[in-house]
Design a binder for this molecule. Structure first.
Ligand SMILES: Nc1nc2c(c(=O)[nH]1)N=C([C@H](O)[C@H](O)COP(=O)(O)OP(=O)(O)OP(=O)(O)O)CN2
Ligand SMILES: [Zn+2]
Length: 162
């Protein structure tokens, strides 16, 4: 760790439904998770004396507002979809909340996507750890994501392929 840098973490939670098309096991069914999200930031705490943020890497309430905008509002109580799920159109047309991601919604891909998305908001993201179940998680270090974005996004055509 660089001198004077401190890592801070804030934990969030969201509930989503998904389906892993082609999965050999039970995850081929539509099912849901209460995801636990750990966002880790690393930077030098702010030195400016008398500032509201003095001694903070970031005010946790400011971090919360960004994570809510970028992640929670999009994923919470949504069907998070690749778009190839047999029930995708039906769920969408029923008026239920759908979040079309365009990639397979594994916990690895979701953690990477969230990490990349938060870093694009100029947060000093160190890593993101996403728990899909109480026993299974993926962790992504921002430094391990290619500059032009995660491979599964840059491979895709359309909105993410900037
Ligand atoms: N490497 C990965 N493996 C699996 C993923 C994943 O995203 N990455 N996802 C799933 C399913 O979405 C599934 O819902 C989770 O599977 P699993 O951990 O097997 O769930 P359980 O509830 O059975 O967990 P236990 O703690 O073992 O009861 C599958 N694999
Ligand atoms: Zn699952």
């Amino acid at each position: 760790m660089a001198q004077n840098e401190v890592k801070v973490c804030k934990i969030f939670s969201f509930d989503s439904a998904h389906q892993l098309v082609n999965h050999k096991g039970k995850c081929a069914n539509v099912h849901g998770h209460t995801y636990k999200l750990e966002v880790n930031l690393k930077a030098e705490p702010i030195l400016s004396e008398g500032s509201t943020d003095e001694g903070f890497v970031i005010d946790f309430s400011d971090l919360k507002a960004i994570v809510k905008e970028e992640v929670i509002n999009e994923f919470d109580h949504a069907f998070i979809a690749q778009g190839n799920e047999p029930s995708y159109e039906t769920i969408k047309n029923s008026g239920s909340k759908v979040c079309l991601l365009g990639f397979r919604t594994t916990v690895e891909n979701m953690a990477t996507y969230i990490c990349w998305k938060l870093a694009k908001r100029n947060l000093p993201v160190h890593s993101v750890k996403l728990w899909e179940t109480p026993t299974g998680w993926a962790e992504v270090l921002y430094e391990d994501i290619p500059e032009k974005g995660p491979l599964f996004l840059t491979k895709m055509s359309g909105a993410f392929n900037e």
